[in-house]
Ligand binder design. Structure first.
Ligand code: HMG
Ligand code: MG
Length: 298
């Protein structure tokens, strides 16, 4: 059975823009975020407080946050990897953050300059301060379904690292197919491994990159397993600069087209998203890779 309602965790301004060759001006980013809220989104991941040399595309995080039009009932989470990122987030009055861990040693090194174990030493003080500040913290886990350097990833290892994030105080765990290699049966197996370890699907979100065109099929399986929070990026932008084969996230338009067809409520207006992607494509100088956007764009 499918859920009646799905919450879309929109990651376009963060995952989408972190990997763009074009430097998008802060004013365009804030207009993008405002448009996503106007389209009905209630969670828009806005930016990252990571090292500006590691991700120059999001070096303007403070300026972007200051420019957003705040809206009742809308959250604007940001990525925070470490204490320095937390200082910057607190200065900006952030209330929702996400830490991001790797399920593999290789990607922990590439993305965080830490090991599988020492990444947690970086998150622990962030979690303690988040609790003191009353912030909500999401935990991302990357390379859940395969790693470009290590190949297959043992689901038992994924569950161990994922549970550690939850035990540290994350309210939700987003399972990342960073390089987009997951297929439907694999998704079902990993979700059941979490369920068998006592992690309810009400604490799990899925984060699919669409490299092999499997993101929608993978999403259906996740919904059948009881997941109700799905990450997506308007226009299908996205990718991690530290994972070479990462391409765009599942496009929010593709997701909404499917969920509308299934009668699953999202609260998000498809036409408004398509307009936004068309507008954004003008700023990026290239068309959206989403086939739904191409089909519906006037
Ligand atoms: P490091 O070089 O090990 O940093 O990077 P450090 O702790 O050794 O500090 C070195 C210097 O950097 C210090 O300055 C710090 O203050 C400064 P100094 O004392 O030398 O003058 N510094 C900072 N400055 C500003 N903001 C900060 C910050 N941190 C340190 N936050 C670090 C470690 C974690 C910072 C670095 O590796 C980093 O920024 N990594 C982030 C990479 C990233 O953003 N990747 C993309 C997001 S993850 C993703 O896309 C996957 C996801 O979508 C899910 C999926 O698809 O799987 C979430
Ligand atoms: Mg991602």
């Amino acid at each position: 059975a499918l859920p009646d309602r799905v919450t879309i965790w929109e990651v376009g301004p963060r995952d989408g823009l972190q990997n763009e060759a074009t430097v998008v001006p802060a004013a365009v980013k804030t207009a993008f975020i405002d448009r996503l809220v106007a389209a009905g989104h209630t969670i828009v991941e806005a930016t990252s407080f990571v090292h500006p040399k590691w991700v120059p595309q999001l070096a303007d995080a403070a300026e972007v946050l200051a420019g957003i039009t705040r809206a009742e009932g809308v959250a604007f989470p940001v990525l925070v990897p470490n204490d320095r990122g937390m200082d910057r987030a607190i200065e900006c009055g952030v209330t929702d953050i996400a830490v991001f861990a790797s399920a593999t040693e290789a990607f922990a090194q590439k993305n965080l300059n830490r090991g599988l174990e020492s990444q947690f030493e970086m998150f622990e003080p962030v979690m303690a301060r988040a609790q003191a500040e009353g912030m909500r913290v999401r935990g991302y886990l990357s390379m859940v379904f395969g790693d470009q350097w290590e190949g297959d990833v043992d689901p038992a290892q994924v569950v161990t690292v994922g549970r550690r994030l939850l035990d540290l105080g994350c309210h939700q765990l987003s399972l990342g197919d960073t390089i987009g290699v997951a297929t439907a049966g694999h998704v079902r197996a990993v979700l059941r491994a979490f369920a068998d370890a006592g992690v309810g699907m009400d604490r799990i979100a899925v984060h699919f990159h669409d490299t092999y065109g499997q993101a929608l099929a993978n999403t259906v399986v996740a919904l059948e397993e009881g997941v109700t929070v799905v990450d997506a990026s308007t226009g299908g932008l996205g990718g991690c600069p530290y994972a070479e084969s990462a391409t765009g996230n599942l496009a929010t338009e593709d997701l909404v087209w499917m969920l509308d067809g299934l009668g699953v409520h999202t609260g998000v207006d498809l036409a408004a998203l398509v307009d936004t992607s068309t507008w954004m494509a003008g700023h990026l100088g290239r068309p959206s890779p989403s086939r739904v956007v191409r089909a519906l764009a006037g």
